[in-house]
Design a protein around this ligand. Structure first.
Ligand code: 13P
Length: 250
């Protein structure tokens, strides 16, 4: 049985390091005995170092990385630097970066390559912007094609795809399980075009967008869904741990 992956994306929260350490200890302790799960905590980069010292079972993740190694890139952080802090997984192409910070498909692709080429795992975020977007499947397919272009097949085992419809992020709206099932098939079909059959079969697909302890079971029960990318609820340890439990029980 493959482990379910549950990622806490804290975004730009909490406001101070003491709270970040507290939250990570609570999540780490509370989820340490839940079988069949892998928990990844992705705090703001400035807290990574402190949090890496307190995690026992959970893995450390980052929310973003630049595509260079070192150099004159004021304000940026490279995958190499993240790796040196104990980061194992990097979120790439989150919609808040794509649409709030103008990251285009080419930038996302270069970030994917940079993260994977230093041996880190990458969570590639994809998703349509509008609920009623006519061609939402085509939009997701285009992101996968553009963002995985030129990525060598040998990196496949380190790629995770998170389907996060933008309209479901932080809104309380969620995807219908039947739509999620269909999108999962569509994502695997798109991965097949880029990385081949084996990757299409084995790549973990996460769902993100207003996941909480009440609705998590609806999504984790969907065939082909391997976990969650959780925003707001990941700042509430008890509820987040409840989601981990639900994921581990399937
Ligand atoms: P919410 O869980 O707050 O909707 O955020 C989802 C998300 O963007 C995780 O990356």
């Amino acid at each position: 049985m493959t482990k379910k992956i549950i990622v806490a994306n804290w975004k730009m929260n909490p406001p101070a390091v003491a709270r970040a350490i507290y939250l990570s200890k609570e999540i780490d302790k509370g989820s340490s005995k839940i079988k069949n799960t892998e928990v990844i905590i992705a705090p703001p980069s400035c807290f990574l170092s402190d949090i890496s010292r307190v995690l026992k079972r959970s893995k450390l993740g980052a929310q973003n990385a630049y595509s260079g190694k070192t150099g004159a890139y004021t304000g940026e952080i490279s995958p190499l630097m993240l790796r040196s802090l104990g980061v194992k997984t990097v979120i790439v192409g989150h919609s808040e970066r794509r649409y709030g910070f103008f990251e285009n498909d080419d930038m996302v692709r270069r970030k994917m390559k940079a993260v994977l080429s230093v041996g880190l795992k990458a969570i590639l975020c994809v998703g349509e912007r509008e609920r009623n977007e006519e061609n939402f499947q085509t939009a997701v397919r285009k992101q996968i094609r553009e963002n995985l272009k030129g990525i060598p097949k040998r990196f496949s085992k380190n790629i995770i795809i998170a389907y996060e419809p933008v309209w479901a992020i932080g809104t309380g709206k969620t995807v219908k399980p039947s739509d999620l099932y269909e999108m999962g098939i569509y994502i695997r079909r798109s991965v097949l075009d880029m990385l081949g059959h084996n990757a299409a079969r084995t790549i973990p697909i996460l769902y993100g967008g207003s996941v909480n302890a009440k609705n998590a079971a609806n999504f984790i029960g969907v065939d082909g869904v391997d976990g969650f990318l959780v925003g707001g609820t990941s700042l509430r340890p008890k509820e987040f741990i409840a989601i981990v439990k639900i994921a581990g029980s399937i």
